[in-house]
Write a protein that binds this ligand. Structure first.
Ligand SMILES: Nc1nc2c(c(=O)[nH]1)N[C@H]1C(S)=C(S)[C@@H](COP(=O)(O)O)O[C@H]1N2
Ligand SMILES: [Mo]
Length: 328
């Protein structure tokens, strides 16, 4: 049996094949297969495999390149995408209260949308907490239970109280992002009109979740590259550009980090429509990301903030042990 056949058989998931081959090539040898072996029947990437995931970054970059294009398909192939993962989406956002915060833009004061503190913007939610219908069985990687000392709990409660009734950030399992924007951070507050004024794009690509399933989806929206070109990053002191882009849902419950280059990929799409219909809440209304060259967990739904940064940004699933790069 070739390495290829073995990986295919052991994983049983065609969509993960190239990824696993890359990881296997990097880790090599018998141990790798033992890890996979123990994972039978488990939809999550098993814990030991994460050792391999750390190698994936360099390997996939070398093999596929950042600008490699994903194949596109005809419309009749497309189907309704399942709902998977609803972190940061559980409360319905009041559409009028939506703004896209942008931080790190070059000379932000030249734009009418400039504000001296983006964190003052208040997102509003309808009171009801609905449960998503359909599949949303993204499982959370097991975390060792940490019991906080009572003093810490009290301090935390007081901290929350001191912030008035401001919605606490990072309310999901992975907790608060390391890239929380401080109060007093200047930037832009864009409306959906500002976000959708670019040339409309439509294509069908394959959407791949690391859990091992994939679907063909018809996307509609604008190029993330167009938005970033209209609101470009401020150069650093040495004249170079920041390397990364950080995004999060309103109030920071789900968050992702990206290479700037990947955001400028022509197929990185700010999605406002799926299957020719406006995005629903569970798919990330009013705007979510699709990146056909990345796994699903990098395709953040309900984008509230886009920030340029020179430090590799935090990532919801990376906090729980997954590969930061998530390349296909
Ligand atoms: N805000 C937010 N975005 C998210 C997630 C999430 O839980 N919350 N899950 C991610 C994962 S793991 C996947 S596979 C896709 C699923 O997108 P879908 O629900 O539109 O199929 O969204 C990604 N983006
Ligand atoms: Mo996913």
């Amino acid at each position: 049996m070739t390495v290829d056949e073995q990986v295919k058989m052991e994983s049983g998931k065609r969509t993960r094949r190239s990824f696993l081959v890359a990881a296997a090539a990097a880790v090599g040898g018998y141990e790798f297969y033992r890890w996979i072996d123990r994972s039978n029947g488990d939809q999550l990437i098993p814990r030991p495999l994460r050792k391999g995931l750390n190698f994936d970054e360099t390997v996939t970059k070398g093999v596929f390149g950042d600008r490699g294009m994903a194949p596109t398909y005809s419309l009749d192939k497309a189907e309704e995408l399942r709902i998977n993962g609803v972190y940061g989406l559980k409360e319905e956002l009041v559409p009028e209260s939506y703004r896209l915060q942008m931080v790190g833009v070059e000379q932000p004061k030249r734009f009418a949308q400039y504000v001296d503190d983006v964190t003052k913007w208040e997102y509003k939610y309808t009171a009801k907490k609905e449960e998503a219908t359909g599949n949303h069985d993204t499982k959370v990687a097991p975390k060792d239970e940490v019991k906080m000392p009572p003093a810490f709990e009290t301090a935390l409660a007081e901290l929350k109280k001191s912030k008035g009734d401001k919605r606490p950030r990072g309310q999901e399992e992975a907790g608060e992002s390391d890239n929380t924007i401080d109060a007093g951070t200047a930037g832009l507050l864009l409306t959906m009109g500002d976000v959708t004024r670019f040339e409309k794009q439509e294509f069908v690509t394959q959407f791949k979740c690391i859990e091992g399933w994939s679907q063909y989806v018809h996307w509609g929206g604008v190029k993330l590259a167009d938005l970033l070109a209209a609101y470009p990053p401020a150069k650093k002191a040495d004249g170079t550009l920041p390397q990364y882009v950080y995004m999060e849902t309103p109030d920071g419950d789900y968050y992702c980090g990206y290479d700037l280059k990947v955001c400028q990929h022509p197929q990185s799409l700010l999605v406002t429509e799926m299957m020719g219909k406006p995005l629903t809440q569970w798919h990330g209304a009013p705007v979510r990301l699709h990146m056909p060259i990345k796994y699903g967990y990098k395709q953040i739904k309900r984008i509230g903030l886009i920030a340029y940064t020179d430090m590799r940004p935090d990532d919801y699933w990376t906090k729980l042990g997954y590969d930061w790069y998530a390349g296909l």
